[in-house]
Write a protein that binds this ligand. Structure first.
Ligand SMILES: C[S@@+](CC[C@H](N)C(=O)[O-])C[C@H]1O[C@@H](n2cnc3c(N)ncnc32)[C@H](O)[C@@H]1O
Ligand SMILES: [Zn+2]
Length: 332
């Protein structure tokens, strides 16, 4: 397909990709052999800061290290764990492995592809389709098992979106391990949205899909002119599923997700993705359940009833909202 001449040390990471490390300025050349596409991620120096002392974290071969000597190894699966134990509310915070696998199966069927397509359009509108000198740095917070970043890089390569750095962060180690297996070439990290291990004003796009919104942190890490993209449930989202779980169901209050944001952000645009899904088979229905917060609260009885269903028609109703920092926001 192509010849790549390399004069720097090479680390073969995976049969489908090639990672080239050259000190702090790591270059990742990723070959998606099956798709005959090449994405070159020109990674600039690390944007990360030490979760212990806040100093700059530099990438040194297989570890990140700060000038105070705190170091964080790259795990063999290709991620770094930057989660401080005091940020953990349990031994294994976030989605567990079962939830991660359910999400992976469900999303692989393309049921939420329309949401990914809209997010990609929004990123493209912001970053532009021209290959430019811009330093486009993008973070997916609460990225789960990596579906949306995978779709972004796949569609982005077709549309010529050039990103210098792509980061996926989740508090769940299971989710990050699954993500790193799916898509090498992204900087995957275990961490918390509450204290992002990024320098202030370092990112062009922060993406947050059905995940915890931490307005003040998102505002801190965005460059002036950067955008926050959130995907949040609309009023009718998964209504028929909720009716099978709860005796009384109220419409989602779509506006509540934006409440904490208004102090830091102004809304640029909001677009709705709304369609019906026709799910077949108990496994798919239970996979969908495991992707939602209802997984934690459903009674054993209702879950057993749900497990006997072979069909479920359910509405997807999601708002994809883009926001910009408001003019009054100042860093402390
Ligand atoms: C509903 S899932 C969404 C995952 C992914 N964005 C998707 O839509 O496929 C929410 C994710 O947020 C993660 N999460 C929960 N609290 C978090 C926190 N404080 N910081 C980072 N991630 C968190 C969970 O582990 C889980 O993967
Ligand atoms: Zn440090």
């Amino acid at each position: 397909m192509c010849n790549v001449e390399l004069s720097v040390p090479v680390l073969i990471k995976n049969v489908n990709s090639l990672w080239v490390f050259s000190g702090e300025n790591a270059i990742t050349i990723q070959l998606f052999l099956s798709k005959y596409v090449i994405i070159v991620l020109k990674q600039s120096p690390s944007l990360l800061c030490c979760p212990v002392c806040g100093k700059h974290l530099a990438l040194e071969e297989r570890r990140y290290i700060c000038s105070a000597g705190h170091s964080f190894d790259l795990a063999r699966q290709g991620y770094v764990n930057l989660l401080q134990s005091r940020r953990r509310q349990s031994r294994h915070p976030g989605d567990n492995n079962e939830m991660v696998q359910c999400r992976r199966r469900f999303l692989a069927q393309g049921y939420y592809a329309a949401i990914a397509t809209l997010i990609n359009q929004k990123v493209r509108d912001h970053l532009g389709v021209q290959v430019s000198e811009q330093n486009n740095q993008l973070l997916d917070v609460g990225c789960g098992e990596g579906y949306y970043l995978q779709r972004l890089l796949r569609d982005g390569s077709k549309n010529g979106i050039e990103v210098s750095g792509v980061y996926g962060l989740d508090i769940s180690k299971s989710a990050i391990i699954a993500a790193a297996r799916l898509l090498p070439g992204v900087t995957w990290m275990v961490g918390s949205a509450v204290k992002l291990p990024f320098h202030s004003r370092s990112l062009d796009v922060v993406l947050c899909v059905f995940s915890r919104i931490c307005a003040v942190e998102f505002a801190r890490v965005l460059k002036p002119g950067g955008i926050l993209l959130i995907a949040v449930p609309g009023e009718a989202h998964l209504l028929s599923l909720r009716k099978l779980i709860y005796d009384k169901v109220r419409p989602h209050q779509a506006a509540k997700h934006e409440k904490g944001l208004t102090e830091y952000f102004v809304r640029d645009a909001s677009e709705r993705v709304n369609y019906e899904l026709h799910l077949n088979g108990a496994e798919t229905i239970l996979d969908l359940l495991a992707m939602t917060p209802y997984y934690w609260s459903i009674s054993a009885e209702k879950k057993a009833t749900l497990a006997k269903r072979q069909k479920l028609d359910v509405s997807v109703d999601v708002n994809v909202i883009s926001l910009r920092l408001n003019n009054t926001f100042k860093l402390d």
